[in-house]
Design a protein around this ligand. Structure first.
Ligand code: GLU
Length: 280
């Protein structure tokens, strides 16, 4: 059993993160497995190295432990770009410079609807002096959802939630196509890749058997199942946990405290107190 805690360093960790970490590391320990830490920092427009350091410090303080080395996604843009290139190669993805709104308004893309994988990969050229590039693209890349569903028509597209319920991902994806909503973006224009590709790629690469994450990501799961199936990657078991609903956070802010873990620590709370507060 292998799970992971995969925060994005877009700010300081707060009580909600303490809950998510407790769920993931706790699950690993309870199942006599392990929990990895993965830093999901591909969004270079929002993530900061200082926040990454804060994650290590806060998790250490809370008493969690993880195997080293930690995978830091911003060092692996090319890995994710190669997945997108493979989907372009198979005609399952296409460049699109229009926003969801423009597509909804019926605008037609001016770009040719095809892009060669090599042309796409050229945006990720690694410079010798820039080991951690900050890629961007002149357009986004969208997954051709209808075609992807056609390609996987003979397959089940399901996932197991909490070891018992088998959830059908296909129905949600077919409803997406029928609704006429824009196709999902698998490479953002501003960062050249996307969360959906990076998270599924790394879960596969790291042989994650159980994905423990917040209920806020439940709606994203059908797309992840589709990407796994298209790429021939196994689908892990999912445990979407409840989010923080206790009002401690509110009470603390009323007392003038912010709920970031570092400020709770500086205000004299112990790790045990913070972990006790971090429950749904
Ligand atoms: N990095 C994502 C977040 O911070 C979590 C990804 C996941 O657990 O699948 O929301």
């Amino acid at each position: 059993m292998l799970t992971r805690f995969a925060p994005s360093p877009t700010g300081h960790l707060h009580l909600g993160h303490a809950l998510a970490a407790k769920e993931a590391f706790g699950f690993g320990a309870a199942e006599k497995g392990r929990c990895l830490l993965r830093i999901e920092d591909i969004d270079h427009t929002r993530c900061k190295p200082d926040y990454t350091l804060g994650i290590y410090k806060d998790l250490n303080w809370l008493g969690f432990d993880w195997p080293i080395p930690t995978r830091v996604q911003s060092r692996h843009y090319l890995d994710y770009a190669k997945v997108i290139a493979a989907l372009l190669e198979r005609g399952l993805a296409y460049p699109c410079e229009l926003t969801r709104r423009e597509l909804k308004d019926g605008q037609r893309s001016k770009t040719n609807n095809t892009l060669s994988p090599l042309e796409f990969l050229a945006h990720f050229k690694m410079e010798d002096d820039a080991p951690h590039p900050k890629p961007s693209l002149p357009y986004a890349i969208r997954l051709n959802l209808a075609k992807a569903l056609e390609t996987t028509a003979a397959l089940a597209l399901t996932f197991i939630e909490k070891e018992k319920a088998e959830i059908d991902a296909k129905t949600a994806l077919m409803a997406w196509v029928r609704s006429g909503q824009a196709d999902p973006i698998i490479a953002r224009k501003d960062i050249g890749v996307s969360y959906h590709i990076a998270v599924t790629h790394d879960d596969h690469l790291q042989s994650i058997t159980h994905v423990v994450r917040g209920m806020d990501l439940y709606e994203e799961t059908p797309l992840h199942i589709l990407i796994q199936t298209l790429m021939g990657w196994p689908t892990p078991i999912y445990h979407h946990h409840a989010l923080l609903t206790r009002d401690d956070g509110e009470k603390l802010s009323k007392r003038g405290l912010d709920t970031s873990l570092h400020s709770l620590r500086e205000n004299g709370l112990t790790a045990a107190q913070v972990l006790a507060m971090a429950s749904p």
